[in-house]
Design a protein around this ligand. Sequence first.
Ligand code: ZN
Ligand code: ZN
Length: 123
Amino acid sequence: MKNQRRPRREGAGKPFRCGNCSRQIETAAPGTANRNHCPYCLWSLHVDLAPGDRRSPCHGTMEPVAIWVKRNSEWALIHRCQRCGELRSNRVAGDDSPIVLVSLAMRPIVLPAFPLPLEEGLS
Ligand SMILES: [Zn+2]
Ligand SMILES: [Zn+2]
């Protein structure tokens, strides 16, 4: 049967497959109303025009490129669409991989674009 009707609930979607690591992902996520990125590799999909509306025609994969810290010290991810280049800020979910989050946050320190003063203190 092709025309299976599902009750439409705002914000809650069906499980989806990560466009980067191919794992199956449940949309329910602790700490957010609507999961919009993979908890294992943190990649996302460009499917929203406004958060949660699923109306973007782009559907490019969105790479997690940075962490930023909100005023209430909550972490958020910056995603960049590989197809159209759009930047998006998304809340971190309670079960996002801590290792992947921290390694993303450390990236500018590990790969500095210029000599960091702290390197002098380590020798
Ligand atoms: Zn993934
Ligand atoms: Zn896009």
